[in-house]
Design a protein around this ligand. Structure first.
Ligand code: C5P
Length: 224
């Protein structure tokens, strides 16, 4: 059976990652979380106190940025590694969430991460989620989804997710972070978040998780 590339883009906190992960599992595809790569780059710059307004400094530290993914043998979940260290938990903290969209605006950061993402998808059979996957990373992807959901519903879902991981964050703070990231991601000059012309829009506000996964899997199968 021929393999395709599935691009899932959309607003922050729509459930893109968990949906993409499940879709990949059902199809036997590889899941790639491009947001985790921007988060890992952000953590790297925070750890090294990089002044991101200085292009040369960013360029220098991009050279010492190595992001990989490994599957946890116990949970079977994919985890993000930064220069050999497991940073899966740390990249999801508000410290990183509050800064990641600023880092993601930078042209040189995007250039580097986009080329890594393109290499990861060269053999197809991948589901990649992000903001510019269907428009910039894989403009020729065989199947593109643009996910949306009501902001308050997204924030409540994200709060529950964080609570399950043992972190209590006030709803207001999450609403603010999601809205701010959407604004920066949609308004930036480099690869802004926009729906690709040929993407199917899926509003998940009133869909159960399994419903959104099944819908996307069924639509994807028509392209395979
Ligand atoms: O997907 P996630 O919410 O983890 O992404 C974190 C941030 O990374 C986004 O808010 C956005 O600023 C940036 N991002 C991006 N392009 C992508 C994926 C993520 O700019 N393809």
């Amino acid at each position: 059976m021929q393999k395709i590339v599935i691009a899932i883009d959309g607003y922050s906190g729509c459930g893109k990652s968990s949906t993409a992960k499940s879709v990949a599992k059902q199809l036997g595809y590889t899941y790639i979380d491009s947001g985790a790569m921007y988060r890992a780059a952000t953590l790297h710059f925070l750890n090294k106190n990089v002044n991101i307004t200085h292009t040369e400094e960013v360029e220098k530290y991009l050279k010492s940025l190595h992001i990989t993914f490994q599957t946890n043998p116990v949970t079977h979940e994919q985890e993000t590694y930064l220069n050999g260290e497991n940073v899966e938990q740390e990249i999801r903290t508000m410290r990183v969430s509050d800064y990641v969209s600023e880092v993601s605006k930078l042209k040189i950061v995007r250039k580097e991460l986009v080329s890594q993402q393109q290499r990861m998808g060269v053999e197809k059979g991948v589901v990649m989620d992000g903001r510019d996957i269907g428009t910039v990373v894989f403009p020729d992807a065989e199947f593109k989804v643009f996910m949306t959901a009501d902001l308050n519903i997204r924030a409540a879902r994200r709060q529950k997710e964080l609570q399950e991981k043992g972190t209590d964050v006030p709803l207001e703070k999450i609403v603010q972070n999601l809205a701010e990231r959407d604004k920066i991601d949609s308004g930036r000059k480099e690869s802004p978040l926009i729906k690709a012309n040929d993407a199917v829009e899926v509003d998940t506000s009133h869909l159960k998780f399994d419903e959104q996964v099944n819908l996307i899997v069924e639509l994807a199968k028509k392209k395979i």
